[in-house]
Design a protein around this ligand. Structure first.
Ligand code: HEC
Length: 111
Protein backbone atom coordinates (compact mmCIF):
# COMPACT_ATOMS: atom_id res chain seq x y z
CA UNK A 1 0.00 0.00 0.00
CA UNK A 2 2.68 2.44 1.08
CA UNK A 3 4.82 1.55 -1.94
CA UNK A 4 1.88 2.00 -4.29
CA UNK A 5 1.14 5.46 -2.94
CA UNK A 6 4.78 6.43 -3.21
CA UNK A 7 4.93 5.10 -6.78
CA UNK A 8 1.90 7.17 -7.72
CA UNK A 9 3.33 10.27 -6.09
CA UNK A 10 6.59 9.73 -7.96
CA UNK A 11 4.95 9.25 -11.34
CA UNK A 12 2.76 12.30 -10.78
CA UNK A 13 5.88 14.16 -9.76
CA UNK A 14 7.47 13.23 -13.07
CA UNK A 15 4.37 14.40 -14.94
CA UNK A 16 4.21 17.73 -13.17
CA UNK A 17 7.91 18.27 -13.50
CA UNK A 18 7.36 18.23 -17.26
CA UNK A 19 4.19 20.29 -17.10
CA UNK A 20 5.53 23.12 -15.05
CA UNK A 21 8.96 22.94 -16.64
CA UNK A 22 10.67 23.69 -13.35
CA UNK A 23 14.41 23.30 -13.37
CA UNK A 24 14.48 21.23 -10.19
CA UNK A 25 12.26 18.33 -9.28
CA UNK A 26 9.70 19.46 -6.73
CA UNK A 27 7.02 17.54 -4.95
CA UNK A 28 3.76 18.32 -6.76
CA UNK A 29 1.14 20.12 -4.74
CA UNK A 30 -2.10 18.31 -3.98
CA UNK A 31 -3.86 20.67 -6.34
CA UNK A 32 -1.49 19.86 -9.22
CA UNK A 33 -1.93 16.15 -8.57
CA UNK A 34 -5.70 16.53 -8.60
CA UNK A 35 -5.54 18.45 -11.87
CA UNK A 36 -3.58 15.70 -13.64
CA UNK A 37 -5.75 12.93 -12.16
CA UNK A 38 -8.99 14.64 -13.10
CA UNK A 39 -7.74 15.26 -16.63
CA UNK A 40 -6.84 11.57 -16.97
CA UNK A 41 -10.21 10.64 -15.45
CA UNK A 42 -11.98 12.24 -18.43
CA UNK A 43 -10.58 9.38 -20.53
CA UNK A 44 -11.45 6.65 -18.02
CA UNK A 45 -15.02 5.94 -19.14
CA UNK A 46 -13.72 4.40 -22.32
CA UNK A 47 -10.02 3.71 -21.77
CA UNK A 48 -10.30 2.51 -18.16
CA UNK A 49 -9.04 3.85 -14.85
CA UNK A 50 -5.48 5.13 -15.27
CA UNK A 51 -5.68 4.10 -18.91
CA UNK A 52 -6.10 0.41 -18.15
CA UNK A 53 -9.01 -0.80 -20.24
CA UNK A 54 -11.22 -3.47 -18.72
CA UNK A 55 -10.79 -6.99 -20.05
CA UNK A 56 -12.73 -7.61 -23.21
CA UNK A 57 -13.02 -3.90 -23.94
CA UNK A 58 -13.06 -2.79 -27.57
CA UNK A 59 -11.22 0.37 -26.58
CA UNK A 60 -7.45 0.21 -26.23
CA UNK A 61 -5.48 0.72 -23.02
CA UNK A 62 -3.45 3.91 -22.91
CA UNK A 63 -1.34 2.92 -19.89
CA UNK A 64 2.32 2.55 -20.72
CA UNK A 65 2.06 3.71 -24.34
CA UNK A 66 4.84 5.92 -25.63
CA UNK A 67 4.25 9.57 -24.79
CA UNK A 68 5.11 10.84 -28.27
CA UNK A 69 2.80 8.26 -29.80
CA UNK A 70 -0.07 9.44 -27.58
CA UNK A 71 0.54 13.11 -28.37
CA UNK A 72 0.84 12.42 -32.11
CA UNK A 73 -2.42 10.43 -32.16
CA UNK A 74 -4.33 13.07 -30.18
CA UNK A 75 -3.12 15.80 -32.53
CA UNK A 76 -3.96 13.68 -35.57
CA UNK A 77 -7.51 13.15 -34.23
CA UNK A 78 -7.78 16.86 -33.51
CA UNK A 79 -6.58 17.80 -36.99
CA UNK A 80 -8.85 15.21 -38.58
CA UNK A 81 -5.95 13.42 -40.26
CA UNK A 82 -6.68 10.21 -38.35
CA UNK A 83 -10.23 9.05 -38.94
CA UNK A 84 -12.16 8.08 -35.82
CA UNK A 85 -15.62 7.32 -34.51
CA UNK A 86 -15.37 9.49 -31.39
CA UNK A 87 -11.79 10.63 -30.76
CA UNK A 88 -11.86 13.33 -33.44
CA UNK A 89 -14.55 15.05 -31.37
CA UNK A 90 -13.12 14.36 -27.92
CA UNK A 91 -9.60 15.50 -28.82
CA UNK A 92 -10.91 18.92 -29.86
CA UNK A 93 -11.79 19.62 -26.24
CA UNK A 94 -8.16 19.57 -25.10
CA UNK A 95 -5.43 22.16 -25.45
CA UNK A 96 -1.95 21.10 -26.59
CA UNK A 97 -0.71 21.51 -23.04
CA UNK A 98 -3.53 19.34 -21.66
CA UNK A 99 -2.73 16.69 -24.28
CA UNK A 100 0.90 16.81 -23.19
CA UNK A 101 -0.15 16.41 -19.55
CA UNK A 102 -2.42 13.38 -20.08
CA UNK A 103 0.09 11.77 -22.46
CA UNK A 104 2.85 12.12 -19.86
CA UNK A 105 0.55 10.68 -17.22
CA UNK A 106 -0.56 7.64 -19.25
CA UNK A 107 2.97 6.95 -20.49
CA UNK A 108 4.09 6.76 -16.84
CA UNK A 109 1.44 4.15 -15.93
CA UNK A 110 2.25 0.46 -15.83
CA UNK A 111 0.65 -1.56 -18.64
C1 HEC B 1 -16.32 8.11 -25.37
C2 HEC B 1 -15.23 7.16 -25.24
C3 HEC B 1 -13.81 7.71 -25.25
C4 HEC B 1 -13.25 8.67 -24.42
C5 HEC B 1 -13.93 9.48 -23.31
C6 HEC B 1 -11.86 8.79 -24.81
N1 HEC B 1 -11.58 7.92 -25.83
FE1 HEC B 1 -9.77 7.69 -26.75
N2 HEC B 1 -10.59 6.31 -28.03
C7 HEC B 1 -11.92 5.93 -28.03
C8 HEC B 1 -12.16 5.08 -29.21
C9 HEC B 1 -13.50 4.45 -29.58
C10 HEC B 1 -10.93 4.99 -29.89
C11 HEC B 1 -10.67 4.33 -31.26
C12 HEC B 1 -10.69 5.45 -32.31
C13 HEC B 1 -12.10 5.96 -32.58
O1 HEC B 1 -12.86 5.24 -33.20
O2 HEC B 1 -12.45 7.12 -32.17
C14 HEC B 1 -9.96 5.75 -29.12
C15 HEC B 1 -8.63 5.87 -29.45
C16 HEC B 1 -7.71 6.61 -28.75
C17 HEC B 1 -6.30 6.67 -29.04
C18 HEC B 1 -5.57 5.91 -30.13
C19 HEC B 1 -4.99 4.66 -29.52
C20 HEC B 1 -4.14 3.87 -30.49
O3 HEC B 1 -3.84 2.71 -30.17
O4 HEC B 1 -3.73 4.39 -31.53
C21 HEC B 1 -5.73 7.53 -28.14
C22 HEC B 1 -4.27 7.94 -28.05
C23 HEC B 1 -6.79 7.98 -27.27
N3 HEC B 1 -7.99 7.41 -27.66
C24 HEC B 1 -6.61 8.86 -26.24
C25 HEC B 1 -7.63 9.33 -25.41
C26 HEC B 1 -7.42 10.29 -24.35
C27 HEC B 1 -6.08 10.88 -23.97
C28 HEC B 1 -8.64 10.53 -23.80
C29 HEC B 1 -8.99 11.52 -22.70
C30 HEC B 1 -8.48 12.86 -22.89
C31 HEC B 1 -9.60 9.71 -24.50
N4 HEC B 1 -8.94 9.00 -25.47
C32 HEC B 1 -10.96 9.66 -24.22
C33 HEC B 1 -12.87 6.27 -27.09
C34 HEC B 1 -12.74 7.25 -26.13
Amino acid sequence: MKTHTLGLALSLGAVLWTVTGVAQAQAPTTQQMLYVKSLAATCANCHGTDGKAVEGSQVVSLAGLDKNYLVTQMKAFKAGTRPATVMHQISKGYSDSQIDTVATYFAAQKK
